[in-house]
Ligand binder design. Sequence first.
Ligand code: NAD
Length: 325
Amino acid sequence: MNTKKRARVLVAGGGGFIGGHLIKYLKKQGYEKIRAVDIKPLSEWQQLDSKVENISLDLKDKNNCIEAVKGIDEVYNLAADMGGIGFIENNKASCMLSVLINTHLLLAAKNNKVKRFFFASSACVYAADKQTETQNKGLKESDAYPAMAEDGYGWEKLFSERMCRHFAEDFGLKTRVARFHNVYGPFGDYNTGREKAPAALTRKIIAAEKTKKKEIEIWGDGEQTRSFMYIDDCVKGIDLIMHSNIKEPVNLGSEEMVSINQLVEILEKIAKITVKRKYLLNAPKGVRGRSSDNTLLRKYLSWEPSISLKRGMSKLYQWIKQVEK
Ligand code: NAD
C-alpha cells in the first residue's frame, strides 16, 4: 500500500494560488485526507474543492494553528500575506506579520508530532548585492548570506527559514524549505494589486487587444531580468522536496531567464499583436537581475522545472482571456 496516500495533509493557504493547485495535485497523487485552511472566506478562494475539508481561519493566531494541525501528518505552509513587487514594497509590516503564521504552525506541528513540515520561502531572501546586474548567472543557495534580503517580505522569509532549521535541529521536526522563484499560471491574482509581472502583463496585453489601443505600461525600463516557473512544475517540486532528504533551503525555480521586454515579446507572439511600450521609470521594479541556479536541486533530485515560458504563458493567457470574457 502507498503510505503517502494514508498521510493526513494540511495545506495552509489552501485558498490561494499555489495552495489551490497543490491540493489538486495531491489529490491526483492519491491523498485522500486533505484539510485546507485560509484566512479568506470560502467564497473568495481561488479554487474550492468541496471534497476536501475547507476551513476559514486566521493562522496568525496560535489556537487556530493548533486546531488546523490536529490529526495532521504533513503540513504545507503556503499561507502568507504577499503579492508582487507593487504589494510587497508598500506593505512591509503586513508581510513581516506572516512570521506569526510560520511560528505558530511550527509550534503546533512540533507538539502534534507532525511527520513533515514544508515552508514556502522565496527568491526574495537573496542578498541585494548579488542582483545588481541584468546578466545574473543564477542565484546559488549560499547567495542569501551575508544577508541583505528584500526589505520586509524577504527578511520574514529568511527568518522563518532559520526557524525551520532550528526546529529540525533542536526538536527533530522534519522541515523542508524551498525558495520559489516567481510562480505563474491560471487561478493566480491578475487584477487585485497583488499580481506579479506575468499575470499583470498578460492582463495588459489582453486589454490592448480588446481596446485596440495597442499600448501597454511597463514598470521600469523593461531590461530587468527574472526567471518564471509554471505552476505545474512548482507543485511537483514541492512534493519532491517535501518527501526528499533535503535538509537545507533549496531553490525551486526555472533557469530560463528573460528580461521583462522579452516576456512582452513572448506575449505579443501568443496574442498575435504588436504593442507600443510605455515605460514607467518610477514604478516599483525590484532587483535588476534574478534567476535560479538549480545545481543543488539537480544534485538532490535529478529533476528541475522544465516547462518553457512560451508554453506556460500561453496557458496563462488563455485562462485570463476566458475569465475576462
Ligand atoms: P497567494 O496570496 O495566492 O496565497 C497565499 C494565501 O495565504 C492566500 O490565499 C491568503 O489568503 C492566505 N493567508 C494570508 N494570511 C493568512 C493567515 N493569516 N491565515 C491563513 N491564511 C492566510 O500566494 P501564492 O502565490 O499562492 O503563494 C504561496 C506561498 O508561496 C506564499 O508563502 C508565498 O510567499 C510563497 N511564494 C510565492 C511566490 C510566487 O511567485 N507566487 C514566490 C515566492 C514565494
